[in-house]
Design a binder for this molecule. Structure first.
Ligand SMILES: [Zn+2]
Length: 287
């Protein structure tokens, strides 16, 4: 039992400390953004599961000690079991409160963004069909294209529409469609919630920032698969001006990064087996 708790704790701490450092390094984000996002979410789930199982075992031991079931806690005396159980509950409480605070702050941010949208664009919105999409076209002299979760849909400003060719506009709509279809706002939220659990860890903050870029690259790649990498790249430059990130994204598409082989898809699926490790440790019949 003690060995199981130690293994689970070590697994959780190792993943929390190392996964963000390993994943944000190198060219993984640029070459295989989908693999990076899968690896990140899988390692987060594995670390959280390992921690919850370790704390759950400690709490269960404490409860068993209270109902005088000494056989089940052989390696601990009842007082130590009770103290550890209360400690485990306290850790769960602190994590729960941190996540709740951060979720509340993010929900407030989203509400404010939706309010700003309706106040700013409310009167000038026209709904119209563009290709396979029904978008909200707003009269506005600045190029804006965005996927909104609430109210859900794609908005395009008249300036953005006028700057783009039909093919480029289609590429941009595929890009925004990917954000909605793959629930990228949820991926960014998960990154920020995870960061709030380990606020002292700079790597977690970098990972949360990297998530915002990675979802853009995933959307670029899907748009490129449907509308051609050249159209996505030229649309990015026309809409994004000369920002450094835009230039990097366009250069990456022109270099053919979005046409990476299919091996990564298998790896991105296989990596979801990782959460089975803490379950196997916790429920292994020996220990
Ligand atoms: Zn985007």
């Amino acid at each position: 039992m003690a060995l199981k708790i130690m293994l689970l704790m070590e697994l959780s701490i190792m993943l929390t400390l190392l996964a963000p450092i390993v994943l944000v390094r190198g060219k993984l984000a640029s070459k295989h953004p989908m693999l990076l996002l899968s690896a990140w979410h899988s390692s987060l789930l594995t670390a959280a599961l390992a921690l919850l199982l370790a704390l759950g075992i400690l709490i269960a031991n404490g409860v068993l000690a209270q109902v005088e079931h000494p056989g089940a806690i052989g390696w601990l005396d009842p007082l130590a079991a009770a103290i550890l159980a209360w400690g485990a509950l306290a850790i769960l409480g602190v994590i729960g409160v941190r996540i709740w605070w951060q979720a509340d702050a993010l929900a407030k941010e989203a509400r404010e963004a939706a309010d700003r949208f309706s106040v700013f664009f409310g009167r000038s919105v026209r709904h119209m069909a563009m290709g396979r999409w029904y978008v909200r076209l707003v009269e506005f002299p600045v190029p804006i294209v965005a996927a909104l979760q609430s109210p859900r849909g794609i908005i395009v400003s008249t300036e953005a529409r006028d700057r783009l060719s039909e093919r480029e506009l289609r590429a941009v709509l595929w890009h925004e469609d990917t954000h909605l279809a793959h629930r990228h706002s949820a991926a960014v939220t998960i990154g920020r919630l995870a960061q709030s659990c380990v606020p002292m860890l700079p790597a977690a903050e970098r990972m949360a920032q990297a998530t915002s870029l990675v979802v853009e690259l995933i959307a670029d790649d899907r748009a490129a698969a449907h509308s051609g990498a050249g159209n996505v790249a030229s649309a990015l430059v026309k809409l994004g001006g000369d920002s450094e990130t835009t230039a990097l994204r366009a250069a990456r598409l022109r270099a053919g990064a979005s046409r990476a082989g299919n091996g990564w898809k298998l790896a991105a699926t296989a990596i979801w087996a990782a959460p089975l490790i803490p379950l196997a440790i916790a429920f292994w019949p020996v220990g």
